[in-house]
Design a protein around this ligand. Structure first.
Ligand SMILES: Cc1ncc(C[n+]2csc(CCOP(=O)(O)OP(=O)(O)O)c2C)c(N)n1
Ligand code: SF4
Length: 300
């Protein structure tokens, strides 16, 4: 595990964009304890992206990229939407699939990678909006879970179709009126986390991205469980500040307000029995590794 994958050929070094040169210099690839605290020094997300200023999706992207346990051997699968504006700027292999097809593409990809690289750990992570996940792509999403495909699905839930101007999605709140949905949502927010659990996911979390340590923990858990046991699902509230009429500084407060105990993004976690066992084993190994490192540092 190293930066070999992203190393620039010497002959081309001078003509590569400085952002890319910085990325290779300071990427945290191969660092065992990489996490959100490296943000600011690392470059897994190139600074210039085309999301609206202050969009919580950009915050979520940084936390996720910084927390992947194995970025050099991870492929992310995206779909059309605001998320897809960021994918061209990330330093992790990624595929832009047809809208809604993301979980079907990820299924084939994960299987192909297991056959092609039987001795390497290759993680696949789907990242798509709520329109792509719960509406147009719901069939593919559910079928991947039923088949126990070993990858993580992340939904950036901004409760509507943001990229096409604000149409209603299944995850929109009841009664909400959007720019392209003037009648107001007539039915309740679809309970996709519960559906994920019933459809075979081994780890399901519903939360906001207001706390980086929490995002780091759930990403690592979700990827490790998907790698060893079966499908995992994260539903992360990344509000569309443009659509709900907030300014660029208000996304964080919007998330904090929505994660109160009675609100729809109060932290909820489901862990299956085999997944609990795996997390306990990983925690024990981690403790041992850290103790050994401390002992070594003490001797030096
Ligand atoms: C097959 C197909 N159908 C529809 C579209 C049009 N389209 C582009 S982005 C988008 C909305 C995406 O909404 P969502 O998945 O919620 O992501 P967001 O933009 O909110 O992050 C739609 C419907 C498309 N590009 N391809
Ligand atoms: S339209 Fe909404 S979700 Fe899309 S980038 Fe802007 S604020 Fe973010």
């Amino acid at each position: 595990m190293s930066k070999e994958k992203i190393k620039i050929s010497e002959a081309l070094y001078d003509i590569m964009p400085s952002d890319y040169q910085d990325l290779v210099k300071s990427a945290t690839y191969g660092k065992e304890d990489r996490g959100w605290k490296d943000i600011g020094n690392n470059k897994e997300l190139i600074e210039q992206h085309s999301l609206c200023a202050g969009c919580p999706e950009s915050m979520a992207f940084r936390y996720i990229l910084a927390s992947l346990p194995n970025p050099e051997d991870t492929v992310m699968v995206g779909s059309t939407g605001c998320t897809s504006l960021v994918f061209p700027m990330v330093a992790v292999h990624n595929i832009h699939s047809l809208f809604g097809n993301q979980n079907a593409i990820a299924s084939g990809l994960k299987r192909a990678l297991s056959v092609r690289f039987p001795d390497r750990t290759k993680d696949v992570v789907v990242l798509a909006g709520d329109g792509a996940t719960v509406d147009i792509g719901l069939d593919m999403t559910l079928q991947a879970w039923f088949r126990q495909e070993k990858f993580t699905t992340i939904c950036f839930d901004n409760e509507l179709y943001a990229n096409t101007g604000g149409q209603e999605s299944g995850l929109m709140q009841k009664g909400f009126v959007a720019k392209m949905a003037p009648v107001g949502k007539l039915f309740d927010k679809v309970r996709l986390p519960e559906i994920a659990r019933e459809s075979g996911c081994h780890y399901v979390v519903n939360c906001t991205v207001s706390k980086p340590s929490l995002v780091e923990k759930v990403i690592r858990n979700a990827v490790h469980i998907a790698r060893e046991i079966g499908p995992t699902y994260l539903q992360l509230y990344t509000p569309c500040i443009l659509e709900i009429g907030k300014n660029s500084m208000e996304g964080l407060q919007e998330m904090r307000d929505s994660e109160k105990p009675t609100e729809r993004f109060a932290y909820k976690e489901y862990v299956s029995e085999p997944a609990k066992q795996l997390l306990a084993e990983l925690a024990a190994k981690d403790k041992e590794r850290k103790a050994a490192a401390k002992q070594l540092a003490g001797k030096a």
